[in-house]
Design a protein. Structure first.
Length: 81
């Protein structure tokens, strides 16, 4: 069970992570984030105060499920040139 009101779920097979917001026992899907900017925008549209500080800081208000925080793709970046 998730305790934080904001949940960034497991990686999707096609990339990205579903973002949900729980308010008064009801969970709303905000969208599929492909980066931190998407999560910030979804939270801003939902009326969450200071979403950039929540996402980029060390907030206990976000549960990052199934992958490290701030990871949105299943493939590591290609660093070979």
């Amino acid at each position: 069970m998730h305790h934080a009101p904001i949940v960034v779920h497991r990686l999707s097979p096609s990339g990205g992570r579903r973002v949900t917001l729980r308010v008064e026992g009801h969970e709303d899907i905000l969208g599929l984030a492909r980066n931190d900017a998407d999560v910030i925008e979804f939270l801003r549209r939902a009326g969450v105060p200071d979403p950039d500080e929540l996402v980029l800081g060390d907030s206990g208000l976000i549960d990052w499920i199934g992958a490290e925080p701030h990871v949105y793709d299943t493939d590591p970046p290609d660093t070979d040139l």
